[in-house]
Design a protein around this ligand. Sequence first.
Ligand SMILES: Cc1cc2nc3c(=O)[nH]c(=O)nc-3n(C[C@H](O)[C@H](O)[C@H](O)COP(=O)(O)OP(=O)(O)OC[C@H]3O[C@@H](n4cnc5c(N)ncnc54)[C@H](O)[C@@H]3O)c2cc1C
Length: 200
Amino acid sequence: VAAAGYDFIIVGAGTAGCVLASRLSENQRAQVLLLEAGAREPVDTAVTPAAWRMLLGTSANWGGRTVPQKFTGAVMPYARGRGLGGSSAINGLNFVRGHRSGYDAWARQGATGWGFDDLLPFFRRSEAAAGRDPALRGTSGPVKAGRPTEANPVISALVDAAVEVGYPRAGDIGGAWRRGSAGMTTTSCTARGKARPTPT
Ligand SMILES: Cc1cc2nc3c(=O)[nH]c(=O)nc-3n(C[C@H](O)[C@H](O)[C@H](O)COP(=O)(O)OP(=O)(O)OC[C@H]3O[C@@H](n4cnc5c(N)ncnc54)[C@H](O)[C@@H]3O)c2cc1C
C-alpha cells in the first residue's frame, strides 16, 4: 500500500478514524487511505437514534459478548459499531464530556497536557453548541450539540423531582461542570446523506 503513495493509512472508519481522516485531508497534498471492515452504507434504522437497541442484532454491530459476569453469571452483549462511522453510527447520540475533575486527575497522575484546561480548546474546536456559554463550548465546529428539539416530559419530570428533594438544577452539564441534574445534551449528524435527527 505504501508503494501506492499514501501518506497516512487509517485502519477503522469509526468515530476516531473518520475524524482523523477528515482532519488529515484538510491538507490537500496528503494522500489518506481509510480502511473499514464493515459496510459503506448505514443500515436504515441507524437514522433513528432512539432505536439504537434495534441495531444490536444487525450487521452494523460486531455482536460481541462479555465473559460471564462475576456476580450474575450472565453473558451480556457488548456492542461495537461495524461500518462507516463505527460505533457513532449506532449509538444514542448523547453528547457527553467527562467531568473536569476526571481530566485533571489524569494530569495529576502524570498525563501532562491532558488536564481539562489543556483539552478545552480541542473540545471547543470540535463542536457547535448553540445557546451555550462560548467560553466553554465551541460555536463553529463540525459536531452540532444542543438541547433536544422536543423536551421529553419524563426527563423534565425527573429533573423537577431531583430539584424537589434538594439537588441543584444544572444548566449545561457538558460545559459548566456544575453538579446537579439536567437534561442530556444531544447531537445530530449526517451519515452518507441520511440525517440522524437530534433525539429527544
Ligand atoms: C450501542 C452504543 C451506544 C452508545 N451510545 C453513546 C452515546 O449516546 N453517546 C456517546 O458519547 N457515546 C456512546 N457510545 C460510545 C461511542 O459511540 C464510542 O465510544 C465511540 O464511537 C468509539 O469510537 P472509536 O473510534 O474508538 O471506535 P468505533 O467508532 O467503534 O470505530 C472502530 C471502527 O474500526 C472498524 N474496525 C475494527 N477492526 C477493523 C479491522 N481489522 N479492519 C478495518 N476496520 C476495522 C470497526 O468496524 C469500526 O468501524 C455508544 C456505543 C455503543 C456501541
